[in-house]
Design a binder for this molecule. Structure first.
Ligand SMILES: Nc1ncnc2c1ncn2[C@@H]1O[C@H](COP(=O)(O)OP(=O)(O)O)[C@@H](O)[C@H]1O
Ligand SMILES: [Mg+2]
Length: 364
């Protein structure tokens, strides 16, 4: 077949996006197609820079052109992305520049919610997305320690007569924490309305600007504070973190029920199992399922929620958090690949949810 725009596009229309279940051409993902002799080049526009299928899409495109257009074609593919937004255009907007707000929640405390939130945020930022992490855990803010930002001072600007706080920048993401305003070493007693008011200010009185993903590290549990936050913000969805023990799973189930309650109406994007097993450094092949095996995956299946993946117990994950340099920043950390994998799956899932009923997901 001759190498022509039509023939190349026809061949590319055989490649299906694994998330959106439609072909790349009708999704409007193929752009800037250029042909010079046997050389074909184009750009694939992804719905998230963290797309886990980049390599397999590239291979499939090259293959289909060789098979259906010209076996001697030389195909060059670039990637660009435009993160899909989880907002409805007409929504009354508190944060108009933020495309996706994702709450990280758990039933119980201490399951690694903050650790998962921080590492997923950093992993997506490393793929090229603009990301923020908001630490809304009034009972145990941990962002200042996890990001080595305990003594850092916040700055502010005046905008239209209002003072707005500038988020802290660290490792390529924007950070805000209730812990930047209160002394985390003192036990604080928050009455419900006071806590909700303070938390709301993290969104209304901070200059957030344009973001692809904003992660909110929620307090553990399912109380009024959660409800008022969830109702103030237009969330794309929530991720539930649990450990495999029955006691943690029982509370995770409650968290899912809260979000999915029709009055709350927040989609659960998926579940993550943290501390899934332990592998000692000196026996890298051995897995010890200290808290039981596969409980979270089973619960996710039962509740019809996507299971996004599991993270083992790794001593250096804990140390990395304490030292202010989360695990995914270190190429050698054995947990990094698990966090990166979950971040990719979550980004895919968000794209799918946002793509909804659109046929062309990317407007030129
Ligand atoms: N996969 C893991 N391996 C080892 N330690 C972990 C892991 N996940 C979390 N931790 C550690 O467990 C403790 C609790 O985690 P944290 O993220 O603060 O939980 P939460 O926010 O749910 O209360 C922290 O010291 C953290 O470093
Ligand atoms: Mg926490």
């Amino acid at each position: 077949m001759a190498i022509s725009t039509d023939n190349v596009m026809l061949a590319l229309s055989r490649v299906i996006d694994p998330d959106l279940k439609k072909d790349l051409v009708s999704l409007g993902m193929i752009r800037n197609l250029q042909i010079k002799g046997k050389r074909i080049s184009f750009t694939i526009y992804l719905t998230t820079p963290a797309c886990p299928f980049k390599d397999s899409l590239k291979k499939a495109c090259i293959q289909t052109i060789k098979e259906n257009v010209d076996a001697g074609a030389e195909t060059e593919i670039a990637f660009e992305s435009r993160t899909l937004s989880g907002k409805k255009e007409d929504a009354e907007e508190l944060l108009p520049g933020v495309k996706n707000i994702v709450a990280i929640a758990s039933g119980k405390g201490g399951v690694g919610k903050s650790t998962v939130a921080a590492n997923l945020a950093l992993s997506l930022a490393a793929s090229g997305a603009k990301v923020a992490l908001v630490d809304a855990d009034i009972y145990g803010p941990s962002v200042p320690i996890m990001f080595g930002a305990v003594d850092k001072e916040l700055t502010s600007v005046e905008e239209n007569g209002k003072v707005k706080v500038i988020p802290m920048e660290k490792y390529g993401i924007s950070l805000m924490s209730i812990g930047f305003f209160v002394d985390a070493s003192k036990a604080l007693i928050w009455r419900g309305p006071m806590a909700s008011g303070a938390l709301k200010q993290l969104f209304t009185e901070v200059k957030w600007g344009e973001l692809d993903y904003m992660f909110i590290d929620l307090p553990p549990g399912t109380g009024d504070i959660h409800l008022s936050l969830v109702q103030t913000l237009k969330l794309t969805g929530a991720v539930i973190v649990s450990t495999p023990q029955e006691v943690a799973l029982a509370d995770a189930r409650k968290a899912v029920a809260m979000f999915e309650n029709p009055k709350v109406g927040v989609k659960v994007l998926g579940m993550v199992e943290n501390m899934a097993w332990f592998t000692p450094a000196e026996l890298p092949e051995n897995r010890y399922y200290l808290f039981g095996n596969g409980g979270c995956r089973k619960l996710a299946n039962e509740m019809n929620i996507p299971f996004l993946g599991e993270i083992p117990i790794v001593q250096s994950v804990c140390q990395a958090g304490d030292n202010g340099e989360p695990a995914v920043l270190n190429e050698k950390n054995p947990a990094k690949s698990y966090f990166d994998d979950i971040a990719g799956k979550l980004a895919s899932r968000i794209s799918v949810v946002n793509a909804g009923a659109f046929t062309t997901v990317l407007n030129p």
